[in-house]
Each structure stands twice: as C-alpha cells, then as structure tokens.
Design a protein. Structure first.
Length: 850
C-alpha cells in the first residue's frame, strides 16, 4: 500500500482543501482503512497532520528542520518491553512482532540556537546585500569568491552543528578570529583590560548544552528523577570525568541543567553519553524538556510573573522565553490561569514557528500576534476605549548577537562594529513603545545577547532620559542568586566609527557634536552618554547618583568567562508614573523612525499615524493637567511630522509609480482581520450539539470558547484574561497568528453533530468535563496495541475481546488508560488513532514508564 493511503487513513491530514486545521478521514478514506498495511519500518503514519495543524490561522508554516540520523527504538520493541514487564507474554508476542526497524527522525527545535542563528543570518543578509550592491555598482563582484565563501561558511556551519566531522578542529580555531571584534571590544573598555584575553579566549570554546525541565508537564517530577538517575550512572564512570549534566544552581527549583557535551566520536565510543544525547533529543521532542542557553533564561526569571498577570513578549519568536513565561503563568499548576501572554513577532514565519514550539504547552493563556513592535497598537480593555496596560513586558530585542559567538561560527566571519549601530534605533524604538504599554507599578525587562554598549546601556539611557519621571531601573541585586556572576552596567562608553576606506581610519567619539555629518547616518545622537548627562546638573541628587544619574549600574552584564556561558545584557524597569501623571518625554520625541526607508511604506506610516494620535491624546491630557501655556504646547508636533512624511511618501509613490493599498483595505484582508468571535454569541446551537455529542457537562467554562469568523474551522479555548481582551476585539488592529488551545476542528465531509473532531492538544482541558459517552476506557495493553498498529477493524478488535467501540455513532472519541488519553476516530467498521508520529512516540514512552 502506498504511503498516500496510509496518510489518508491514519489521520487524514494531507490534502486539506481550505481547512486550515487538518481534516479527518472521509467516508471513502474510512472504507480504505480495512486494507491498510502498516509498513514494518515506519509507524505506519504520516506526520503531515503535524504540519497541517501548525499552519493554524491562515498561512503556510515552514519551520526550519534538522535531520538527525539516530537509531530509534522501534514500536515493536517498546510494546514488547511493556508486555515483558507488565504482562509476561513475551514468547508469543516475539513471534508476532515485526522486525526491529531504524528510522530517521526529523524535528524542528533547539530554540535558542535557532534564535540567534537566524537572527544573525538576518543581519548578515542585510549587510551583505548592501555590500553586494556597492560591489556590483563598482563592477567588482567576484562570483567565484562568493561561491567559495558560501561553501566555506556552510562547511564551518556544518562543523559547528556536528554535521561534518571531517573538519580539523585546528582549522576551526583559525576561523575563530575577527580582528575588528578584537579591536572594537578591546578599545570599548567593556571590561578591565587584563581580562580581555580570557574573555576572547573563551569565546572560541564551544558552548555547553543547557536544558530546562518543563515545569508545566504533569510528569515533570518523573523526568527530573530520570535525569538524576542517569546523572548518577554517569558520575560513576571514570572516563566521563565531569561530562555529566550539572544543575544550574541559580535557576529556580533546580529545574535547569548544563551539560558539557563532547565530540561525536567520544560520544559514540561511550554508550552512556550517546544514550543521554538521544534522551535529550527525545525529551525535547516530547516537550518535557526545553533546550535553551543558560543566560537566555535570565530575563524571564527577573520578570517575577504571577499567574494572574497580563504579559506581552514583544519580540517573541522562536519562543524560548515565551515558553518560560507560560510556565510562570501556569506555576500554580492550574490548567486555566487567570493571566495570559501575547507573544508577538514581526516576522511571520518566525511567529508560526513560535506556534509550533508553544504547542508543547497547550496553553489557553497564549495569544500569538504578528505586529511590528515599534507600532504595537493599543488594545482596548473596555467599551470606553481605555487602553490595556500590561503587568509585565519582555523586550528581547533583535541585536547583533555577538554574545552568541560560542555557538555561532558564521558570526566570526560576519561581525563588524557597525552591526550594533544599525540595531540601536530599532531597539530604542521598540523599548519606548513598550514603555507606553506598561502598567504603573509593572515590570519591563529589556535584553540582548550582545556585549555592545550601543545596543545595551545606550538604548536604556536614551529611553530612560526621555521618560525620566516615569520609568526607573530596578535594583535586582537581591533577586539574583549568588550563584550567578554578573557585572553592573556601564556608565560611560564611546561611539566607534570604523572609518572609510584607506582615506580615513577608525575613530572613537565621545560626544555627538564631534561626529562629522556624513557619519551621522550610522551614528545617532541617542548613542551618546551626553544624551543623559544633563541630569547631572540637578543639584538635589546625591553624589553617587551624579556619576550614574540613571542608575545604569543596575543593569546586568553577563560575560562568558564568568559563568562559562554565553554573553547577555539585561535591564529591569518599572513604571513609577503613568503617562497622565508626569512627563511623557522630557525632550521632544527626537527619534526619526521615519528616516528608515523601509518605514516610509504607506502601511507603516499609517500605523505611525495611529501611534502619533494616541501619543498626542496622552500629551493633551498631560498638558491640560499641568496648565502648559499654548505657546509651549507640543501638541500636534508629531502628528505634523507624520503628515509631512505621509505627503513625502505620497510624492515618492507618485514618482515611482508604486501604489500601496489603503490601510482599511489591508485590514480587510482576511489575514489582518482580528478574526475571532465568541461561540456562544452566534453559534449557541453548535455548542449545544457538541455538548450532547461529546457528553460535556454544564460546568465547562464555555463562555471562553472562540471560533474563527470566516471559516468556523476551529474552536479555541482561551483563559479568563484573554477572554476579557477578546471582548473589545473589534477595536484591535492586531494581526493574529494563533489563539489559546484548539479543542475542536471541523470536518466538512461529516454531517453534524460529529462534524467537529476533538483535537489532542485540547483534551487535557476537556476531559474533566466529559462523560463516558465518547470517552472509552481501555486496558494498557490495548492502548499499546493501538500505538503500535494505529488502526483496527471492528472485527480485529472483536477477536481481541473488545467490542465496546461498536454501535457508537461514527466520529471523534477518546480512548483512555490511567492518566493517558488519546483521540481516536470511530469509523463505520474501524477505529483509528488520531495523533501524530511524535505523539505516538511520546505516549509509548509514557506508557512504558507509567
Ligand atoms: C532575539 S530574537 C527574540 C528571541 C525570543 N525572545 C526567544 O527567546 O526565543 C528577536 C526577534 O525580534 C523579531 N523582531 C525584529 N524586529 C521586530 C519588530 N520591529 N517588531 C517585533 N519583532 C521584531 C525578530 O523576528 C526576532 O524573532
């Protein structure tokens, strides 16, 4: 039988028409089921449903994937193990068992690595494109060189990711040189001169693997025990020396580990190491552990999130920190927390990748959006148009990423001292916009994986100096564990220009007025310390504040040689005054966001206009409150700048002949609409039918169910806090990627009421409210058999002594054994599992370890 048939039958997700959430087997498929052969070397199952479901609301999902050629235990082995241990029926089953098989497994993941790699590539592309254009103009493009270069970088990347083991490590050490990096950071005085060599040296050493146990997973204590058992075994082996996972002592509740991995050769030679590596891969796939660089775990730990908080992660993809935030929201192990997190990213593909990652948590408190964080629209909290303010905000902004050099070989080649300069305006703009969204008394964490003061303290200082009465840096020294070494933020820095060709060498600038005009495209005023030194003039400041008027020393600098980790920068802010209570900006809003040609696109200018209108509204209230005389009023200044920019843009449009759609048209586009409606408001009948069909009792909080307006393809459940936000949804101009946990998905071929099938990810929420109508108790053995074979005819089941599936209305149902439950499809004369390959593997594992 072809794979095609297997695909149609097993879960039927492949050819989805316009159903974005996958489809269930049609009647024709179900007929085919009887003749399906399960291939001995597969799970008899095509995981296209995985892809199908990650498409979510609208666009195709295309996450980067990696292939690991690892040897896997086979279904038959696993089932066998279970039988051996639990049932003692080995001899008979051995005869029946299929030949053990090998499989290739593909998974996308390794969150932190993806973050920085992709990010760097992004920056690289930008820089290279410019450079390339110039070269083309000058007729100096060396195609051959480029080919050679690309090949070399690929080889190096392969080496770094372990794909190519042939490259000599000495050659890699040669590559790990960057004169500009060395010069820039030596002279930037980011740390005492005598420490520089140690700092530079450790950057050339590979980074330890770090991972975190998913504290939301109900089996997390078991996972922790498994790791501890493995560690004990590894400790007892002399050859391993210190190569075993060690607890990250500063991470709360002992849930994070660091592991000094060795070369693949060494790993092969030692089965325990190899086993552990495979254990890591498997556990990551199952969502029980998350791999994340240690320093990247710090920002969320300093957000102090509580389950009732409203949180926004403005630059969230690929989502390692969003997942940490969700863990904090679920810390009380409530399935439905009061609070929620909006995970936003401007890159649509990455936002979909985030959806994929976060599926491991199945949280009703997650809302994924795809907006530019610089112009994040205000969300309305009530019908009086009051703006929603967040308890917690994370700004893990795009950056040059030089703190990740230990795991990012390509950056050794691509680093240049102007990467940070190009990130600074974007970072500042994102941070300032985030300030506007923070609740009074709330907390905001700004972070980068860069050492560069231009991306760190300079951004913090510029943003703070414009919100001096409103925002403060928090002293978190007492909140950070003594096991984590960090350095205080810098108070002084200079701004570098690497020069221009042979004519002009590099130069450092201490004040903006010394920067020649032609360099001001790269060097901005906000990068200098003198943007804030005016506060030194305030006589009532204590002496120690005079040298550090903005408390920049309260920032945290993480250096790789301090903790044997990567580099990071973290600043924690709180809002002490609301916009209405104090100055919004001490100075006129200087940042010329619209300097950036990309910003000159019409849709973005429209967004800015909306932002400016909101800003002017706040300013008006402030000026009225403070009796600011009309001649000193700053109202309309921004709006008039935006209007000018819009006029210029119109002219540019006319000149170029490019026509942009109107914003209203853009929002009319399905993808940009805020697309959800409350189920009970318009589709009460549907809910009543679902309740009857699935035996869901009246206790279920059905007022938190939402569906996608245009298609009704999918019904999602959201937490209380998100539901509150949905009430005012018509006022929101958010581009939505995903919302809450999906409980039901529509199948058009099947007649109501079984038209909506249950989705595995929503089961945990729904199960406590379902009676036994569509919830079928099975033995461990039968569940294991289902996991092995996926599909049984009624006749086969009858011969095995199970007739409980017969006589039921065809449609979706659940089989449950102990605390495990799996979605199935009851056909006319057969029953099939409705879960993906990865989930099957995960259930098999859980079953064995139950
Ligand atoms: C450092 S990464 C974030 C990593 C993420 N916080 C995590 O822990 O997985 C920065 C992200 O910012 C996004 N980004 C860049 N410019 C943005 C903007 N203007 N608005 C929102 N997101 C932006 C990038 O697409 C990238 O995913």
């Amino acid at each position: 039988m072809s794979n095609q048939a297997t695909k149609g039958v097993s879960i039927g997700a492949g050819d989805s028409d316009d159903d974005e959430f996958g489809r269930i087997p049609s009647a024709a498929d179900v007929q085919k089921t009887n003749t399906v052969e399960i291939m001995p070397n597969q799970f008899g199952y095509d995981d296209s449903d995985e892809e199908e479901e990650t498409k979510d609301m609208g666009t195709d999902y295309d996450p980067p994937t990696r292939t690991y050629g690892i040897e896997e235990y086979t279904m038959s082995d696993a089932t066998m193990k279970l039988f051996e241990r639990e049932l003692g029926q080995t001899s008979q089953l051995r005869q029946e068992s299929k030949a053990p098989a090998k499989m290739m497994q593909t998974f996308s993941g390794q969150t932190t690595e993806t973050t920085t790699e992709t990010l760097t590539v992004g920056v690289e592309v930008q820089i290279n494109t410019n450079k390339q254009e110039k070269e083309e103009r000058k007729g100096r493009k060396h195609k051959k060189d480029k080919k050679w270069h690309d090949k070399k970088v690929k080889r190096e990347d392969d080496w770094a990711t372990g794909t190519n083991r042939k490259i000599d490590p000495n050659y890699i050490l040669e590559i790990k040189q960057n004169q500009e990096f060395e010069t820039y950071y030596r002279e930037a005085n980011i740390l005492p001169a005598e420490e520089f060599d140690k700092f530079y040296q450790i950057l050339k050493e590979p980074l330890d693997i770090c991972f975190r146990i998913n504290s939301v997973d109900k089996h997390f204590e078991k996972t922790q025990q498994e790791i501890e058992d493995l560690v004990q075994k590894m400790k007892g082996i002399d050859e391993l020396k210190d190569k075993y996972p060690k607890k990250l002592l500063w991470y709360p509740n002992n849930l994070a580990y660091t592991f000094n991995e060795c070369s693949r050769g060494e790993m092969r030679a030692n089965p325990l190491l190899k086993n552990f590596h495979q254990f890591l891969i498997l556990e990551t796939e199952m969502g029980r552990i998350f791999r994340q660089e240690a320093v990247s775990m710090i920002p969320v730990t300093l957000l102090n999130i509580e389950p009732h908080h409203s949180v926004i992660d403005v630059c969230a993809a690929p989502g390692s920190k969003t997942i940490q935030i969700l863990e904090q929201l679920h810390q009380a192990h409530e399935k439905i927390p009061k609070g929620f997190v909006i995970a936003n990213d401007t890159d649509q593909k990455r936002a979909y990748l985030l959806t994929h990652q976060a599926r491991r948590l199945n949280s009703s408190a997650l809302f994924i959006t795809n907006n530019d964080a610089r112009f994040l629209p205000y969300l309305k909290i009530d019908e009086h148009n009051n703006n929603m303010k967040f308890d917690r905000i994370l700004c893990d902004v795009p950056c040059s990423g030089d703190g990740t050099l230990r795991k990012n070989l390509a950056l050794w080649k691509n680093f240049n001292s102007h990467l940070g300069h190009s990130c600074h305006p974007l970072q500042l703009h994102i941070l300032e916009r985030a300030f506007q969204h923070l609740k009074k008394g709330g907390r905001l964490v700004y972070s980068t994986c860069s050492f560069n003061p231009i991306e760190n303290e300079a951004v913090v200082a510029a943003a703070l100096s414009r919100h001096i009465k409103q925002m403060e840096l928090v002293d978190v020294s007492k909140e950070v564990s003594p096991h984590l070494k960090y350095r205080p933020g810098l108070v002084n820095w200079r701004v570098y220009h690497r020069g221009k060709g042979k004519r002009e060498g590099p130069a450092w600038y201490e004040t903006y007025d010394k920067v020649p005009n032609y360099k001001r495209k790269v060097i901005k005023e906000t990068m200098f310390t003198d943007t804030y030194t005016m506060f030194n003039n305030e006589t009532d400041r204590p002496d120690d504040m005079k040298s550090d008027p903005l408390n920049l020393r309260r920032c945290l600098r993480l250096f790789p040689h301090d903790n044997n980790q990567g580099g990071f920068f973290v600043a924690v802010f709180t809002k002490v005054l609301d916009e209405h209570e104090g100055f919004i900006y001490d100075d006129m809003y200087q940042m010329n966001a619209w300097d950036d040609p990309r910003v000159k696109q019409k849709p973005i200018l429209d967004d800015i206009r909306e932002f400016a209108e909101e800003f002017e509204k706040d300013l008006k209230i402030h000026e009225e409150k403070n009796n600011v005389p009309q001649e000193l009023s700053q109202q309309n200044q921004i709006l008039s700048i935006v209007k000018d920019a819009q006029d210029q843009q119109k002219q540019a449009m006319k000149d170029s002949g490019i026509v942009f759609g109107k914003m209203s048209q853009i929002y009319d586009n399905k993808e940009h609409l805020f697309p959800f409606e409350k189920l009970l408001e318009t589709k009460q009948d549907l809910w009543v039918n679902l309740q009857l069909f699935y035996g869901i009792n009246a206790e279920f909080p059905c007022e938190n169910l939402y569906f996608q307006k245009d298609t009704t393809n999918c019904i999602a459940f959201v937490s209380e806090g998100l539901s509150q936000l949905m009430k005012c949804q018509r006022k929101h101009k958010l581009k939505v990627v995903n919302l809450g946990v999906k409980l039901f998905s529509k199948n058009r071929d099947i007649k109501s009421p079984g038209k909506y099938r249950l989705l595995q990810e929503g089961l945990e929420l729904l199960m406590p409210y379902m009676n036994d109508e569509r919830k079928i108790q099975v033995s461990k053995l039968l569940l294991a058999q289902f996991l092995d074979k996926i599909n049984f005819t009624f006749e086969e089941l009858r011969n095995m002594g199970h007739s409980q599936f017969e006589g039921k209305e065809p449609g979706s149902a659940v089989i449950t054994s102990g605390d495990l439950y799996v979605t199935i499809w009851i056909g006319v004369n057969n029953v099939s599992l409705m879960i993906g390959k990865e989930e099957i593997k995960s259930f098999k594992f859980l079953l064995i370890n139950q």
